[in-house]
Design a binder for this molecule. Structure first.
Ligand SMILES: [Zn+2]
Length: 251
């Protein structure tokens, strides 16, 4: 194979690897922000539930106070009932006692509703606390993994840059790097494997006169349709259908 063609194939592998690494680095802040949002959401949910419980307790205090007041009034009327002298006074006092009893019933019901609300809120708090704990564990693990991966991927990017420099320096035809760059800019990838008289990336059939040159791998030939630099992997003897190496990475 033409050494420059081999270099360009290798360069494409490096560029694709670097692009994957760069993508992972670029996506890391978004992934970390999503984890932070998850944690924030779980924290807010627990805070909201705790706040609701505090409000419930405040309401409970007011209901208890009202209930105690009306019960006290009720007791006072009952004492007074013993001291009435006339039937009219008795009826009037009885009326007061009945009204107080209704009020006691109302306050007791409010108290019951308040207690049921407290049960619901406590269940919500329990759930929210468990969700927060789970979120903290998830964020702790995943944030660390993302940060570690960024370090690894930064290493990959650096390695790729070094390998790229070495390959470019080794090119016999220095103009090829511009050709490569132009195609990669438009197409994402700059080289393509040819097989069965087709460019395997754009799938367009190659002219026989073009394919003949591609088969030899001894010069730089570009696809008529997508402009990618073409290469050919001869089938292994006895296994004509299987490509000898994987396709050039495709984005
Ligand atoms: Zn093509």
């Amino acid at each position: 194979m033409l050494p420059d063609l081999e270099r360009l194939i290798h360069l494409q592998e490096i560029e694709s690897k670097a692009a994957v690494a760069a993508k992972a680095i670029a996506e890391a802040p978004g992934r970390i922000a999503a984890l932070d949002a998850l944690l924030q959401g779980a924290t807010t949910a627990l805070d909201t539930a705790k706040h609701a419980l505090a409000e419930n307790k405040t309401r409970r205090g007011l209901v208890d106070k009202d209930l105690a007041a009306v019960q006290q009034r009720q007791g006072k009327y009952k004492d007074q009932l013993m001291q009435v002298k006339t039937n009219d006074e008795f009826r009037a006092m009885q009326h007061q006692i009945d009204a107080a009893a209704v009020e006691v019933g109302v306050q007791e019901e409010k108290s019951l509703i308040n207690m049921m609300e407290a049960d619901d809120i406590n269940a919500t708090i329990k759930k929210a606390a468990a969700a927060l704990k789970a979120a903290q564990a998830k964020v702790g693990t995943e944030r660390g993994a993302i940060e570690q991966d960024v370090i690894v991927q930064q290493g990959v990017v650096t390695e790729c840059a070094t390998a790229r420099e070495r390959l470019v320096a080794g090119l016999n035809d220095k103009g090829l790097i511009d050709t490569f760059g132009r195609i990669a800019k438009v197409r994402g990838t700059a080289v393509a494997r040819a097989e069965g008289e087709r460019c395997t990336v754009c799938q367009v059939r190659l002219r026989p006169a073009v394919f003949v040159h591609v088969l030899k791998n001894d010069q730089i030939v570009q696809c008529d349709s997508c402009n990618r630099i073409l290469y050919f992997i001869p089938p292994k003897p006895g296994a004509p259908a299987a490509p000898a190496t994987p396709d050039a990475p495709v984005q």
